[in-house]
Structures are given as structure tokens and as C-alpha cells.
Design a binder for this molecule. Structure first.
Ligand code: NI
Length: 218
């Protein structure tokens, strides 16, 4: 292949890559997950869903941010997180099969400890000295681990109404944000944990739990 043809081929590959990196609207797969999921969604688990859990997530575009699908998705993620079968303190979109930068976090630092959605979230700064604490993950049953996390962080995100926000968070809520934001980069707490052990209570509770994917899952 001469150099001119090589340049043309390389350009075409680059254009293809750029186009594939800037999706417009929800993908067919994302639309399927949003529409087909029960109100309590299937939660991806290791190792069977490692392709999704280990992928890097992308931001929601203007089209997705103002879509009806987003409201449905946030509602289903909320119901999933608060369902007695899961009973978590946070959930990230990759855990329900959608590689987008969105998480739900229980705000232990706010009155009534509300569970709130955070879209296109990023951690701007990690502050203080790391402190060890226990963690688990709905996607890594039935383990627990000790992970060192920063006590204070600054985050930026978009609210469901489109308002951009920057805020400082500390304490256990800051730990949850660090855990959930790791999911968006394909990182699991077991990657960072000093120790990981089986949580006997969780293991017993989960004995009859089915990790089978829904029939419509790819
Ligand atoms: Ni998790």
C-alpha cells in the first residue's frame, strides 16, 4: 500500500472512531434496557457481566438529558436500589447495563437521607488523608472489603432539570460517591480493597437469589 492510500485509510478509520465516540441519543441497547426492564431492574454481577462492568461510561448528551427515557430510567434505578432484594446505598448506571455517567447516591449528610440522581458526574478533587472503611457492591456478591477512601471530595454534575452543580461532600456520602464514580470508569472496589472476604450473612441471604439475566438481555 502506498503512503497516499495509507493516509486515506487512516483518515477513514479516525473519522469512524470519532463518529462512534459521539453517539446521538440513546443506543438501541439502551432503549431496550430502559423499556424492557421491570421496575426492579436486573443488576449486572461479576463475572458474568464483566464486559459491561469493566467498560468506561460516556456522558449523557443534550438529547438524552431532556428525554422521557431518562425519567423512566431514573425511576427504575431508584426502585431497584431501594428494593428489599438489593437495599443498597448507591447504584451506577453500568450496574443495570447502561454505560453512561449517571449514579444514584444516598445522601447520609442530608436530613432524611434522600437518594438523589447525579448525571454526567465527575470528581474534581479528592481531599484529606485516605481512611479505611467497609464496602460491598451489588455487582460483587457476596463479598465485603476494606477500602481506603478520601474523607472529602468536590464533585460536579448535572441535575435532572439540567442545572449544573459543583459541591463539596464529606463523610460516608463522599465514600459512596467515590465507589459509584469508580463504576463509571470500570473500576470495582475489589480492585482497591486491602482485604476482601465473604460476607456470611449476605451469602446466606442470597442462596436462593437468581442471577439469571432477563430473556431479552443480549
Ligand atoms: Ni458498587
Amino acid at each position: 500500500m502506498n503512503s497516499a492510500r495509507r493516509t486515506i485509510c487512516l483518515t477513514l478509520v479516525l473519522v469512524g472512531l470519532i463518529c462512534s465516540c459521539t453517539p446521538k441519543g440513546w443506543s438501541e441497547w439502551e432503549k431496550t434496557v430502559i423499556a424492557q426492564s421491570d421496575s426492579v431492574m436486573y443488576v449486572c454481577v461479576m463475572p458474568q457481566d464483566s464486559a459491561i462492568l469493566r467498560a468506561t461510561s460516556t456522558n449523557l448528551g443534550p438529547e438524552e438529558l431532556k428525554s422521557a427515557e431518562l425519567k423512566t430510567l431514573l425511576d427504575k434505578m431508584y426502585r431497584t436500589l431501594t428494593d428489599p432484594s438489593q437495599d443498597g446505598v448507591g447504584i451506577a448506571a453500568p450496574q443495570i447495563g447502561i454505560n453512561r455517567r449517571m449514579v444514584l447516591v444516598m445522601r447520609y449528610d442530608k436530613p432524611g437521607q434522600p437518594i438523589e440522581p447525579y448525571l454526567n458526574i465527575q470528581i474534581d478533587s479528592l481531599l484529606g488523608e485516605k481512611e479505611p472503611g467497609p464496602e460491598g457492591c451489588l455487582s460483587v456478591p457476596p463479598y465485603r472489603g476494606i477500602v481506603r477512601r478520601y474523607p472529602r471530595i468536590q464533585i460536579s454534575y448535572v441535575k435532572p432539570d439540567g442545572t449544573p452543580v459543583t459541591e463539596n461532600v464529606e463523610g460516608y456520602s463522599a465514600v459512596i460517591f467515590q465507589h459509584e464514580c469508580d463504576h463509571l470508569d470500570g473500576i470495582l472496589y475489589i480492585d482497591r480493597a486491602d482485604t476482601v472476604t465473604v460476607n456470611e450473612a449476605w451469602a446466606a441471604e442470597r442462596e436462593a437469589f437468581s442471577y439469571e439475566r432477563p430473556a431479552w438481555w443480549k
